[in-house]
Design a protein around this ligand. Structure first.
Ligand code: SAM
Ligand code: NAG
Ligand code: NAG
Length: 433
């Protein structure tokens, strides 16, 4: 069996990930980024100050005739911290709208059905989940799930109330623990090459008493399991009462087909990487198509996209520019035109035609596609990784610190907000045709 190494653990390139646990380097990085951002802001404000002042004068003259209300204009001394924060947020907003106007790709479902839960439900869930999360056995889950996805998994499992939960990719068992918190009396089946108990020797891990482990010498890949047989053994006759959670970094198209063949209906994918990023072909990548709002890309070096991407890379570690996005022959789909699989251990070039067919297939089986929003805006969580303009609007919006604190989110270490990668919930059924 594949040896479990650092490589077999968390998200894409180790070079980007291995600093996760290194608090010092992270703090340095944060400070560096903050400095870059405020420098950028100051430079911008200095060079624009004169122009702004002049136009302001003109504007005031005109406006005083017509208006009683005026909008605040940003032209402030550099060392006023409140003003700097305002400036920071204003520039974030400005940047978000660059991509925001393009939107982000979203998979289309067969009948436009969506989930039952609302933002209000998510907010209520957050309030309940924070104290639960604080009791987690694995405090530092480097290479595993952070807060956003833990919340998403817990919330959805609890909402859907499955009769059985299947997990593929357990690592030290944090997600098993999350599933257990959501459904205290429900059976879990966990597939992972290495049994979570192996990690107990070195530190915290979670082994569940009501879980069937397919691991160690009993390991089977999700695609090799005789699910009919296993479901019978567990007394499950209605497969629509089963929730399957994938955090195994496998090609999501492959997993989707395997799940469909077995007859499962409810799937959650942990790492739904954006186009040009990640170590496996994801739903997000598959549905990134020219005919979908926010989809399709330009690899042209002088394009608006190239310019916007370059700008955003200064702010967000995971933002990629067109050099990283695009491969030979201007291939932008997947990662540089490749369909990655198995932690990028396999890497297959596909044509645009094939990529397009993949999306048509996905659309033909999708009843619901729902991306978990980030729990809170970056000015609240201080995350500097994912680009908010490539994600849905956060549950707790920027500028609502009171709410952030009321929900208990301010008590958490900021590093737990770093792992967001558009976790997605799918409801699937056989193609109708
Ligand atoms: C990112 S970690 C999972 C993190 C975990 N869900 C958590 O909450 O922290 C990925 C895990 O998938 C396991 N894995 C590798 N290949 C797999 C496969 N084919 N099927 C299931 N799990 C696999 C790895 O060994 C690793 O434990
Ligand atoms: C993924 O695999 C390809 C081909 O083996 C390699 O060129 C690339 O650098 C890998 N990327 C990462 C992030 O590991
Ligand atoms: C396992 O679950 C069953 C029923 O769901 C319950 O009766 C039993 O007490 C659980 N066992 C443990 C060790 O939690």
């Amino acid at each position: 069996m594949m040896q479990e190494s650092m490589l077999s653990a968390r998200r894409s390139p180790p070079s980007q990930e291995e600093d996760d646990g290194d608090d010092e380097s992270k703090i340095r990085k944060h400070a560096f980024l903050a400095a870059r951002i405020s420098m950028h802001a100051r430079l911008a404000s200095a060079s624009h100050c004169l122009a702004v002042s002049l136009s302001l004068l003109l504007l005031l003259l005109v406006a005083s005739f017509f208006l009683s209300r005026s909008r605040p204009v940003i032209c402030v001394p550099a060392y006023d911290s409140i003003a700097r924060t305002t400036l920071f947020e204003a520039s974030l907003e400005g940047l978000a709208s660059d991509f925001g106007s393009l939107g982000v790709p979203w998979c289309r479902s067969k009948h436009g059905k969506t989930v039952e839960w609302t933002t209000k439900d998510l907010l209520k869930g957050l309030e309940e989940f924070v104290p639960i999360y604080e009791t987690r056995p694995i405090k530092n889950n480097m290479y595993g799930m952070g807060f956003d996805h833990s919340f998403g998994l817990w919330f959805m499992a609890r909402w859907l109330k499955p009769d059985l939960m299947i997990e593929s990719g357990a690592f030290k068992g944090h997600s098993t623990w999350v599933l257990r918190q959501a459904m205290p009396g429900t059976r879990i089946i966990s597939l992972s090459p290495r049994h979570p108990e192996k990690y107990l020797k070195k530190g915290p891990a979670y082994v569940d008493a009501n879980c069937t482990y397919f691991s160690g010498k009993d390991f089977l890949d999700f695609g090799s399991v005789d699910w009919g047989n296993v479901m019978r053994k567990h007394g499950i006759s209605d497969l629509s009462r089963v929730l399957v959670f994938f955090d195994d970094h496998q090609n999501e198209l492959k997993r989707l087909k395997q799940a469909l063949k077995a007859g499962f209906r409810h799937l959650i994918f942990e790492d739904n990487y954006d186009t040009g990023t990640g170590d496996h072909y994801s739903l997000r990548q598959i549905c990134d198509q020219f005919y979908i709002r926010g989809g399709g890309h330009s690899c042209f070096k002088d394009s608006d996209e190239a310019r916007i991407r370059m700008k955003r890379k200064r702010f967000w570690e995971k933002a990629v520019d067109v050099d990283v996005l695009c491969g030979e022959g201007e291939a932008w789909w997947g990662v540089k035109g490749y369909m990655r699989d198995d932690f990028n251990h396999s890497n297959k070039a596909i044509s645009y035609a094939e990529h397009f067919q993949n999306s048509r297939f996905v659309e033909s089986v999708l009843d619901v596609y729902w991306e978990l929003p980030p729990v809170a805006g970056p000015s609240l969580t201080h995350q500097t990784r994912y680009d908010p303009s490539r994600a849905p609007d956060p549950i707790v919006e920027d500028g609502t610190y009171g709410l952030f604190r009321r929900l208990g989110l301010a008590r958490l270490e900021t590093s737990v907000f770093n792992g967001y990668t558009q976790m997605v919930y799918l409801q699937i059924s056989a193609p109708t045709s």
